[in-house]
Design a protein around this ligand. Structure first.
Ligand SMILES: O=C(O)c1ccccc1NCC(=O)[C@H](O)[C@H](O)COP(=O)(O)O
Length: 287
């Protein structure tokens, strides 16, 4: 059994227990009392020309690959620091067994910030999508490797019906094709293989070019410093999703600002170089 299969088996067990406590009708009542979801597409720059790289900052307590990452006594306070540093979206890992997260973390973060919040979990049942919205999420995660084509299309449609966006996560060219065929508009390339936990940053460069220009591209995992952000930006990332490098840092807000500047500088350098090439080409054509 792969790590991903094992995580999903645990998620399914926990889900059955939650379903017994809170019915779908109760989730629907909670949703009816909520403000509409915030526009994560716009927050990630979907409506404007690509001027920079947005940061999706993650509240991540521990992970299967690294164990304990940080003692997060107050997720709301951490999320406030992320938002003050310029994060576009806050990601909250809600999976309990392997990541130490919870819906309580999502509630706390939702109440603390006015920017879109991603419920980061291993979605394998539509109930989790209703639950995400009921707890104030604006964006959900759909991992292509964990879903069949019909489920992917159904879950994407349900997220949109509830006014949310979905970050559709891929790791192979076949998964990118499946995400595109399902109509995903925000496509993540996770450089961490969720079956083996290996991190290979070069995966982003090999897959990002397969994603159509109309979609937003998110580079997920493995950001250690500004150089990694520059590299992802150079390969076309609209956003980076960062967990460990933020939760383990004394001043995460400053880190986010640094990552944002690095991404913007990489994009303007690429634009200047493309313009210089175009000028040289037109000069050659005229001579
Ligand atoms: O982080 C893990 O070890 C992990 C293992 C198995 C499934 C998912 C896992 N992480 C989820 C993520 O995608 C990351 O939390 C996210 O991309 C941030 O990664 P990082 O910046 O490397 O902490």
């Amino acid at each position: 059994m792969s790590v991903l299969d094992d995580i999903i088996a645990g998620v399914r067990e926990d889900l059955e227990a939650r379903k017994l406590k809170v019915s779908l009708a109760q989730l629907q009542d909670l949703i009816a009392a909520r403000d509409p979801a915030l526009d994560a597409w716009a927050a990630l720059g979907g409506d404007s020309p690509r001027a920079g790289v947005k940061v999706i900052a993650e509240v991540k307590r521990r992970s299967p690959s690294k164990g304990a990452l940080a003692e997060i006594a107050d997720p709301a306070r951490l999320a406030g620091k992320y938002a003050d540093g310029g994060a576009a979206v806050i990601s909250v890992l809600t999976e309990e067994r392997r990541f130490g997260g919870s819906l309580a973390d999502l509630d706390a973060v939702r109440a603390a910030v006015g920017i879109p919040v991603l419920r980061k979990d291993f979605t394998c049942d539509p109930y989790q999508i209703w639950e995400a919205r009921a707890h104030g999420a604006d964006l959900i995660l759909l991992i292509v490797a964990a879903l069949g084509d019909a489920e992917l299309a159904e879950y994407l449609a349900l997220a949109h019906e509830l006014g949310m966006n979905a970050l559709v996560e891929t790791h192979t060219s076949e998964e990118v094709q499946r995400a595109v065929a399902a109509g995903a508009r925000i496509i993540g390339v996770n450089v961490r293989n969720l079956k083996t936990l290996d991190v290979d940053r070069s995966v982003f460069g090999s897959l990002a070019g397969l994603i159509p220009a109309e979609a937003l591209v998110v580079a997920e995992s493995g950001v250690r410093d500004a150089d990694d952000v520059r590299a992802y930006a150079g390969h076309g990332a609209n956003a980076v999703l960062v967990g460990e490098a933020l939760v383990s840092h004394a001043t995460p807000g400053e880190r986010i600002a640094e990552f944002g500047s690095a991404g913007a500088a990489a994009i303007s350098a690429a634009a200047i170089s493309a313009e210089a090439t175009a000028t040289a080409d037109s000069g050659r054509a005229l001579s």
